[in-house]
Design a binder for this molecule. Sequence first.
Ligand SMILES: *Cc1c(COP(=O)(O)O)cnc(C)c1O
Length: 354
Amino acid sequence: MKHNFNAGPSILPQQAIDATIEALKDFNNTGLSIAEISHRSAGWDEAMDECNFLWKELLEIPDGYEVLLLHGGASQQFLMLPYNLLQTKAAYLDTGVWAKKAIEAARYFGEVQVIASGKESNYSVVPKYTIPSDVDYFHFTSNNTIFGTEIRTDPDSPVNMVADMSSDILSRPVDVSKYAMIYGGAQKNAGTAGLAFVIIREDVLGKVSRDIPAFFDYKIHIKNKSMYNTPPVIPIFMMKETLKWLKSIGGVTEIAKRNKTKADCLYSEIDRNPVFKGTAAVENRSIMNVCFVLDEKYAGKENDFMELSKKYGLVGIKGHRSVGGFRASLYNALSLQSVEALVDCMKEFEKIIG
Ligand SMILES: *Cc1c(COP(=O)(O)O)cnc(C)c1O
């Protein structure tokens, strides 16, 4: 058995994989594969609507918001957001690699005020910040996939608030009404790559003076129900099945409890085991991406741990190259048993070299 700790694309519920295999063979009893039908064919509209409905149900999205499923991943949203919402100035919080990419993208469209940065701590801390009231919007990254820090409560903002929730969407309840927009790539908790989700309050649109080409205009995508051009049907189908699974186990309230149990299990081992130490500030630790390194005393032994981890069937625990060490991603579909396998491996490693 493999324990999949990949950071993204990452583990998916088995039933979402199985349902997608079925649809690849025979979509909706049409005798045709989902890969070879038109998105205008019978059955597809229902699939699309169901996916949308599940988003609204799971996150209790209030009236006035639309859910869009678009090509291009979160990275395209780094550009589409300022294209549609940035008139003169926006405030961004710099909490790591993805936040910086969002900042760089926004600079093409207007002034970007970086209100605080975690750079000095190599992003191990989420810096304290104050949101200015003279900006078009405030943007932050709720979970820093690479550095393992997270902002887990929805901030209060005097201006429109936007969050990149690529790697912790659907991991816990979110108060959507506090946000003008929430977006992310699908390939962590919401499905597989090739797709971004955008949850947007319609009344924030149409306020900038620039011309927006149709393909980059949220209003056009809303009008066309995310089918302005050919949608990536396979990733959307997989997303729908992933959301269905989440609903079947009790939704975001239940998964938040399970995610907390998994994270507590791993962080307590990191804190107990003298061979390892966590890299993120304790108060900012992510429940999705757990980053840790070997204690200095054991520097250079990383490959020994990677070797041992193979015996336990652990996959994807190498840290991002900018942090080093290890990273275990505990996304929704990962079971507590997998976390326990990692903890057992850490205990055995302690016996061997500790
Ligand atoms: C993975 C990730 C992205 C990038 O997503 P793409 O879909 O590859 O563009 C952006 N932000 C965060 C927080 C991520 O974890």
